[in-house]
Write a protein that binds this ligand. Structure first.
Ligand code: TYD
Length: 339
């Protein structure tokens, strides 16, 4: 039996990863170590609570005593999904990003070193490469992050690679593209727009909406991380993308039409995000060389995701009250007025 310590396993991608591991691998047990922040939601793993190979520990990756306690009892690998991830929040409040994404990664690396843990997988993002106007970023490209969020993730990536160079800590980094699917907190583009449209509200498109992202279904992303854990070479970075490049306006149109609304009445162009990256694109030749490839067709994945939000209002409605309302006001009120 192999024991995985998965950090941030109550989050969007982490919870899908844990479910994948427990169903596709009989020889793994999983400890889910999660701080239960606004986006780390116990409901994301409610179905796993009684699973015999699953255990939950509430803890913050910045708390070295708690991390050491979780890591001490014979852990074979740590997979780090724990992070503050929303660019707009990082522009409003960078502090939490530096703490969790940079210092948290450092605490985990120290635990890996202290307890001789066999693998450390850092789940990173295409945003560390920054905006690229053409072509696709390869793993060797320079990091040019441009938001407090992406700079925090890049800081972690650099630490991770430094531990490989300095201590031969057996690290692997995955850099995923924009991810969508069930259980995504409704502040990100796709779930925000779906839930707004279900409620008949307009959706806020930043600027001209011609920014491009490459979308990957969360199941493909989770499979990519597992594949890198099992087949990746220590000291290496692997890009993971779905190969579905779309402008934000194309995504908006798909969602608006699928939910029976119209572009004229249900889309508002609002003030653009500060320092908004126009385009990300990843070259995934290296991950494909390991034998991984995305399997979910975009239109079908998006249809299923819409259906999931339609039939799981009991999951997202509570999230759109309280803290979310406060954030929504801070984030969008000024944008709407100034647009
Ligand atoms: P997001 O889901 O926040 O992911 P990221 O910024 O990490 O790529 O945003 C995806 C794209 O959608 C990005 O170009 C910003 C844009 N966007 C909007 O136009 N309106 C919104 O309300 C949000 C949240 C995002």
């Amino acid at each position: 039996m192999k024991r995985l310590l998965v950090t941030g396993g109550l989050g969007f991608i982490g919870s899908h990863f844990i479910r994948l591991v427990l169903t596709a691998r009989q020889a793994y047990e999983v400890i889910n170590f999660d701080a239960v922040t606004y986006a780390g939601n116990p409901a994301n793993c409610a179905d796993l609570k009684t699973h015999p190979r699953y255990r939950f520990i509430k803890g913050n990756i910045c708390d070295s005593a708690a991390v050491e306690e979780a890591a001490a009892g014979g852990v074979d690998a740590i997979v780090n999904f724990a992070a503050e991830t929303h660019v707009d929040r990082s522009i409003l409040d960078p502090d939490a990003f530096i703490r969790t994404d940079v210092l948290g990664a450092h605490v985990l690396l120290e635990a890996v070193r202290k307890y001789n843990i066999g693998r450390f997988v850092q789940v990173s993002t295409d945003e560390v490469y920054g905006d690229i106007s053409s072509g696709a970023s390869t793993e060797d490209d320079a990091l040019r992050p441009r938001s407090p969020y992406s700079a925090s993730k890049a800081g972690a990536d650099l630490q991770v690679l430094a531990y490989w160079a300095t201590y031969e800590t057996p690290v692997i980094i995955t850099r995923g593209s924009n991810t969508y699917g069930p259980f995504q907190y409704p502040e990100k583009l796709i779930p925000l727009f779906i839930t707004n449209l279900i409620d008949g509200k307009a959706v806020p498109v930043y600027g001209d909406g011609m920014q491009q992202r490459d979308w990957i279904h969360v199941d493909d992303h989770a499979r990519g991380v597992l594949h890198a854990l099992e087949h990746g070479e220590p000291g290496n970075v692997y890009n993971i993308a779905g190969g579905n490049t779309r402008t934000n306006l194309e995504i908006t149109q798909l969602l608006v039409e699928s939910l029976g609304r119209s572009m004229e009445t249900h889309v508002t162009h609002v003030l653009d995000r500060e320092g908004h990256d126009r385009r990300y694109a990843l070259d995934c030749t290296k991950a494909r060389g390991l034998g991984w490839q995305p399997e979910v067709a975009f239109e079908e994945g998006l249809r299923n995701t819409i259906e999931w939000y339609r039939t799981n209002e009991n999951w997202w409605r509570p999230l759109r009250s309280g803290e979310f309302k406060e954030y929504f006001k801070r984030q969008y009120l000024k944008r709407l007025i100034s647009a």
